[in-house]
Design a protein around this ligand. Structure first.
Ligand SMILES: C[S@@+](CC[C@H](N)C(=O)[O-])C[C@H]1O[C@@H](n2cnc3c(N)ncnc32)[C@H](O)[C@@H]1O
Length: 275
């Protein structure tokens, strides 16, 4: 009889304890969720940043404007606005558009990768608040056809397993970027560099391949928006069709294509091809 009582009391205490535990978990996760929503709203709705004010001054007083047209720029602008939160935005190339891209993503992370160390210094001297790194490419435009026809025989370039960090074997992989690039999940990737208009230039082959790998490798929720400029050129077109895929092309305006790439987990199981 005494034992049955004890079992009952312990049982009731157990139920009360479990209920309190679950209630505290729900409360914590709700307050965390509310906090992060409020923080995101605040970040997105506060007044202009000092970089945005500098951008207004700069573009109001310069004769040199970005190369992309208004309708091309608007595609990226709409995606940034549509996210309703600060974005992670990776941009290949520093140029007259850099201050604009960084300012269109206030309080987000906008990171530039530049091939030319001299040009890097010129731009960063003018705008030291931009976040940028130099990149060394292992390719030349003249190798584009050869790389496209042979990459499938290199297992390190395989769509199923290709990685970027430290991937020396796949020439199309940007293998020696700063860790920050690999450790961030990019919401947007703009490919408007490196130079791809003469035989010895690096060409955009590795940037396109690496953007595809980053997008497919995304672990968090959401998709990666990849923008490719100069798609009137053969190499940009062929590499986009091979790695970014026609079925993921959602918009094309002027010389800009916009791809939306889901993480690899959402791709069909054909591991032999990117598309
Ligand atoms: C095709 S441009 C992209 C230009 C950019 N979208 C803009 O609106 O300025 C890509 C590369 O050209 C080079 N570049 C651009 N402007 C330059 C300049 N004024 N002088 C030297 N190199 C430049 C840089 O290496 C840059 O990464």
């Amino acid at each position: 009889m005494k034992n049955r009582w004890l079992v009952w009391v312990l049982g009731i205490l157990g139920v009360i304890g479990a209920t309190l535990f679950v209630a505290s978990l729900i409360q914590t996760s709700e307050s965390n969720l509310l906090c992060s929503i409020t923080r995101a709203r605040q970040q997105f709705t506060e007044g202009p940043t000092s970089m945005q004010l500098r951008a207004i001054l700069h573009y109001a007083t310069t004769q040199v404007v970005p190369q992309q047209s208004l309708s091309e720029i608007t595609i990226t602008f709409d995606v940034l606005q549509g996210l309703h939160r600060p974005a992670n935005f990776l941009v290949f190339g520093l140029g007259h558009d850099s201050l604009m891209w960084a300012s269109l993503n206030p309080r987000g992370k906008t990171l530039f990768l530049e091939e030319d160390p001299k040009w890097f210094q010129t731009v960063i001297k003018e705008a030291p608040f931009l976040r940028a790194h130099t990149v060394q490419y292992r390719t030349q435009l003249r190798e584009a056809d050869h790389l496209l026809s042979t990459y499938r025989s290199e297992p390190a370039c395989s769509p199923a397993t290709a990685t970027l960090r430290g991937n020396h074997r796949c020439k199309l992989a940007l293998h020696n970027l700063p860790d920050e690039v690999y450790d961030t999940e990019w919401d947007l990737i703009m490919i408007d560099a490196p130079k791809g208009y003469f035989a010895e230039a690096p060409g955009r082959m590795a940037a396109i391949f690496s953007a595809a790998v980053m997008a497919r490798d995304r672990k968090g929720s959401g998709v990666t928006h990849v923008f490719l400029h100069d798609v009137d050129r053969k190499v940009e077109k062929l590499y986009a069709q091979e790695f970014l895929c026609r079925k993921q092309l959602v918009k094309g305006v002027g010389r800009l294509w916009h791809f939306v790439i889901p993480p690899m987990a959402n791709h069909t199981r054909d591991h032999a091809r990117f598309c």
